[in-house]
Ligand binder design. Sequence first.
Ligand SMILES: Cc1cc2nc3c(=O)[nH]c(=O)nc-3n(C[C@H](O)[C@H](O)[C@H](O)COP(=O)(O)OP(=O)(O)OC[C@H]3O[C@@H](n4cnc5c(N)ncnc54)[C@H](O)[C@@H]3O)c2cc1C
Length: 376
Amino acid sequence: MRSFWEQESWLSFDVAIVGGGIIGISTAIECATRHPEWRVLLLERSLLPTGASTRNAGFACVGSVSEIASDIDLMGAEAAYVMVQQRLQGLTLLRERCKHYDIGYREDGGSEIFLEDHQSLQRLEEVNQLLYPIFGSDVFSQRNDLIKAHNMSKNIRTLIHTPFESTLHSGKLIASLWAMATKLGVHIRTGAEVVSTDEGNSSVELLVRTAHQDVAIKAGKVVIATNAMIPSLVKNALLPEILPGRGQVIITKPLTNLALHGSYHFDEGYYYFRALGDRVLLGGGRNLDIEGERTPLHTTTELIQTALEIMLRTVILPTHTDIEIDLRWAGTMAFTTTKQPYVAFVSTHTLVAFGCNGMGIALSSTVARDCANLLV
Ligand SMILES: Cc1cc2nc3c(=O)[nH]c(=O)nc-3n(C[C@H](O)[C@H](O)[C@H](O)COP(=O)(O)OP(=O)(O)OC[C@H]3O[C@@H](n4cnc5c(N)ncnc54)[C@H](O)[C@@H]3O)c2cc1C
């Protein structure tokens, strides 16, 4: 039996947010900022956030030229334009939110490399013209001089550069958002896995599993922000399809004379790499086993890890002989069929927020804003 004090102060909230990744924490911050009178709870199943937000590559990007050209074909120029605009707005919001924190933001520009000819290379002008009103200048330009300057493989045929791409330190970002939420009075509980929700007339009861006991917590509204894990909590016909996509990553030990600068995309975004101090972080290869990588498991596979290492040694760092892999990991992205994030009530008191489609750094702040708008 619960005491009165436990019920009043520990087990009932105005809003409970499930999932301590970038969407969950940003939503908690939005709610606590707009409604200081609300009791806001954030529940994270692990001791620390262990979803995509602390397993990603830290690209603060609006899209590479091949990706935007493919979006134009897929959804039309207007929708592709709006998507880029949303990403830029999201990054502006995120930077504004974090302006007093060190999130390792570096405006070093980004590049897309091509080993062969690609149809998007004939569309630079079209993409630049489309995006001109957003950036006020050309976004992409051919800069083959950077292939040699960055000491990459001579087999790279074309390099397209943009000054409008940045990188950040994902660990510092999430820690900063976490600190901000705490400062705003958000009640953060880690080691707290929500195993079920039961919606009543005026509130939702969450069954929360901890190492010590199961606890029932009541909330007026619930936001489920558990990324590709949402279907295990929400069994509702209104929930659109969520396609999990695992991303595998490696990072080198410190290297001498590293010439890489900024961030890089390759193979239509299926590979991405960046300099992180004197290390190289490389991820991707999902296209080698699309079906096998549709999983929320955080394990790595030999097939993809080997492909990443080959790419690292032959394309990215062909002149380095001191390459050692320091860490390997994997995380899961949530893709939607529309390529757009999804934020909506799936029942009277339960909202879901997911589907950053591999662009959570750029999109999570607007997703959080949309959540808070719906929660009034
Ligand atoms: C390898 C990789 C590289 C990426 N690179 C980039 C990049 O460079 N730039 C970019 O913008 N995006 C990148 N992304 C995508 C980006 O990381 C995601 O879009 C974003 O982190 C999604 O945030 P989220 O809050 O929805 O999910 P998550 O960060 O996954 O957070 C969900 C949280 O919910 C918790 N949880 C799950 N179930 C429960 C439960 N039942 N109860 C309580 N808690 C629960 C999990 O532990 C987790 O902490 C990458 C993703 C991956 C995997």
